[in-house]
Design a protein around this ligand. Structure first.
Ligand code: ZN
Length: 301
């Protein structure tokens, strides 16, 4: 007989199984959170205010006025111009898989909507779709969104959550950085406002182009925002990076973003910003009524 056995001495605690999908452990404070509470609280931890990633559908619902979102270009699909294949997996099959999992529209959804009663052209990166990577479809959809904003003189709002350019389309993905930036500059020339909202994570070619070009740049708390990863930068500059580097609060401190806004205040802040822009327009070009509660967006809490 073995001199030691697990059943002797300390009895093992019976494992409590947690049904999947009912509880979620907070990534930051390890608090166990009830899924339903998390949804009610806009997927923000009730204990430490950690902002979980929010599904795009819920994000759209949270931001636009109820029932006002009229989506455009949902049927655009990526071609596979390079016949790309990595680890035996073809790009076309990856797209098919993402379409099955997430639905049509590639990694970007754009539509005409109202926010606080004011018409806008709103666009949302879909992180669930191949990490929100920007390929030719995403670039095209952003350009079309900006062109609609320009044609109707409506502010454009873009919510970014992306790992960057989509490597499966090679240089065609990189071209989207220039393409979207050029479309954005036409808005500037026509003095049509563009508000960028940076969500966790906004990195790579998206951070290095359209996401950082807003007239007003708003970020959610503690979002990772940057071009290259910290390890790559440390190896390149041979220096250790300061704590909190590439997070919203650090970028605010260093003048890269204008506001860091908790999720629960985001819609209100956008409404106030839109009304502030609206007030600055010539009266004959105004699109909506303006209340007396108009304030400078920098005064948002
Ligand atoms: Zn927490």
């Amino acid at each position: 007989m073995a001199w030691w056995s697990r059943t002797q001495g300390l009895a093992e605690q019976p494992k409590k199984s947690v049904p999947k999908g009912i509880w979620t452990k907070c990534e930051r404070c390890s608090q166990t959170l009830y899924e339903e509470d998390l949804d009610v609280n806009l997927r923000v931890c009730t204990s430490c205010q950690h902002h979980f990633r929010m599904p795009t559908e819920g994000r759209i619902e949270m931001i636009v006025d109820p029932g006002s979102f009229q989506e455009h270009d949902r049927d655009l699909e990526s071609a596979d111009p390079l016949g790309f294949k990595v680890d035996g997996k073809r790009y076309v099959d990856q797209i098919k898989g993402a379409l099955r999992k997430v639905g049509p529209g590639d990694a970007y959804r754009a539509g005409t909507a109202t926010v606080g009663g004011l018409p806008v052209e709103a666009g949302f990166f879909v992180f669930e779709f191949m990490g929100g990577s920007m390929g030719s479809v995403v670039g095209e959809k952003i350009c079309r969104q900006f062109e609609r904003a320009l044609a109707h003189k409506r502010p454009a709002i873009l919510f970014s959550a992306s790992g960057g350019a989509r490597m499966q389309e090679g240089v065609l993905s990189l071209m989207q950085m220039a393409k979207t930036s050029a479309a954005r500059s036409r808005l500037r020339e026509a003095r049509v406002p563009y508000i960028a909202v940076l969500l966790h994570p906004t990195t790579g070619g998206v951070a290095a182009s359209v996401a950082m070009l807003g007239d007003v740049i708003i970020a959610e708390p503690d979002a990772l925002i940057g071009f290259a990863g910290p390890r790559v930068i440390e190896q390149t500059i041979r220096q250790q990076l300061p704590p909190g580097f590439q997070r919203s609060e650090f970028l605010l401190e260093h003048g890269m973003v204008d506001l860091v806004v908790p999720r629960k205040d985001l819609k209100k802040t956008l409404e106030r910003t839109l009304h502030w822009f609206e007030r600055g327009r010539e009266p004959e070009r105004r699109t909506g009524t303006v209340g007396d509660d108009v304030v400078d967006p920098s005064a948002a809490e």
